[in-house]
Ligand binder design. Structure first.
Ligand code: CUA
Length: 422
């Protein structure tokens, strides 16, 4: 038996533990909490959770209360007395069948109703996004607007978004805790998840996750969802539809007036059009970096083993040449508008410069991380397909050192090019 002085010593500890737990529940920022839904679907699921919790708590208190009462009231008081024995009690048995049946009905009816609601086809005017899970990143296609992006989507507040879930390899699962989910992305099978982000919510970023174990880097298969106003969304779409470009288009030269009496010059052969964008596309909306909440910015440090001279200045034009050189980046990556860059294996990089993160949300999208990623992605993320490109780098998958490969200056040129693809 615990002595009363020992109980008195333990009591403050218990009170402190309960207080700490209560205070932790009051903390402000739970960016990945599913208990603060910002969409119709999120609220439906939250309602079911609350109802289950309510009835579950009643059952727990009644059952545990009865158990404790019986254990104390009918405990064995003496070795010599056999307690009265009973067998069967019709009223009791009917009661403990009817009560759970009623509770199950209260739970089952809204559950089944929600399942049917969320499995129904999305409303006809929904924003459709084709989602493809890859090991370990997300591809997002907007078929109504004809562009593709990776690991980051913008959705307008107040408009239903219909995510059509596919997988290119194994089973993944789509989850944005504050908006919607979870729903699996399955090979050779199409799933839908649709929801309407609240129209009065903030213009901000939400974290998304893969929530079905899918191999080495399952834990680093994130994405970002940016909820914006409808006009901001329309503007962002014009930018996404623009080709990848790394500098504003040059102002068109005024045609020279032909000199009097001179024979009209033969029209010059048109030079191939460089990827350019219209002024409207150049001015299009991207969530300013200053408005990205800290929880949406990855803080994973790069491995010290990958050395890079961060002071090197890159040349985007040289980077673009490297990008489309034989058998390099363009074998796997697309930059829309560049006919030499149509690879489909890796993420579409048309506007990679404007994204918050690289490597499916694992690293912040800046020069120190991007340069090291290009040099040796496999040291930065376990199991990735992206080859080790830096000269003299150790490849943890082939267990060999890359004899040839990119110099640091070439890496800096590629970074300058990619960063310019806003
Ligand atoms: Cu994809 Cu876990």
């Amino acid at each position: 038996m615990i002595g009363s002085h020992r109980l008195r010593r333990l009591a403050p500890l218990g009170v402190a533990a309960v207080l700490a737990l209560a205070l932790a529940a009051c903390a402000q920022s739970y960016p990945n909490s599913t208990f603060t839904p910002h969409s119709d679907l999120g609220r439906s699921i939250d309602f079911l959770w609350n109802r289950l919790m309510f009835f579950g708590t009643i059952v727990f208190v009644l059952v545990e209360g009865a158990l404790i009462y019986v254990v104390i009231r009918y405990r064995r008081r003496s070795e010599d007395v056999t307690p009265p024995q009973t067998h069967g009690h019709v009223l009791l048995e009917i009661t403990w069948t009817l009560i759970p049946a009623a509770i199950l009905a209260f739970i089952a009816v809204p559950t089944v109703r929600t399942i049917f609601q969320t499995q129904a086809p999305a409303p006809a005017n929904s924003l459709v996004i084709d989602v493809y899970g890859h090991q370990w990143w997300w591809e997002f296609r907007y078929p109504q607007y004809n562009f593709t992006t990776a690991n980051e989507i913008y959705i307008p507040k107040g408009r239903t978004v219909d995510l059509v879930l596919h997988s290119k390899d194994v089973i993944h699962s789509f989850w944005v805790p504050q908006l919607a989910g979870k729903r699996d992305a399955i090979p050779n099978h199409t799933n839908h998840i649709w929801f309407t982000p609240d129209s009065n919510m903030a213009t901000t970023v939400w974290n998304g996750f893969c929530t079905e174990y899918c191999g080495d880097s399952h834990g680093e298969m994130h994405f970002r969802v940016v909820t914006v106003n409808p006009d901001q969304f329309a503007s962002w779409v014009t930018r996404q539809q623009a080709p990848g470009f790394f500098s504003p288009p040059p102002a068109p030269a005024a045609p020279a007036a032909p000199a009097a009496g001179a024979a009209p010059a033969a029209p010059a052969a048109p030079t191939p059009a460089a990827p350019t964008a219209t002024p409207a596309q150049l001015a299009a909306y991207i969530l300013p970096r200053a408005e990205v909440p800290d929880y949406a910015i990855p803080h994973t440090p790069f491995p010290d083993a990958i050395k890079f001279d961060d002071k090197l200045q890159g040349d985007p034009a040289a980077g673009e040449k490297l990008f489309v050189g034989a058998g390099t980046c363009n074998a796997c990556h697309t930059v829309a508008g560049n006919p030499l860059a149509v690879g489909m294996i890796g993420p579409n990089l048309t506007h990679v410069g404007s994204r918050i993160a690289i490597a499916a949300g694992m690293y912040v999208n800046d020069k120190p991380h991007l340069s090291r990623w290009i040099k040796n992605a496999r040291l930065m993320k376990s199991g990735v397909l992206m080859p080790t490109l830096g000269k003299g780098q150790y490849d943890p998958q082939t267990k060999a050192t890359t004899p040839s490969g990119l110099s640091d200056q070439q890496v800096a040129d590629l970074v300058a090019y990619l960063q310019a693809l806003k």
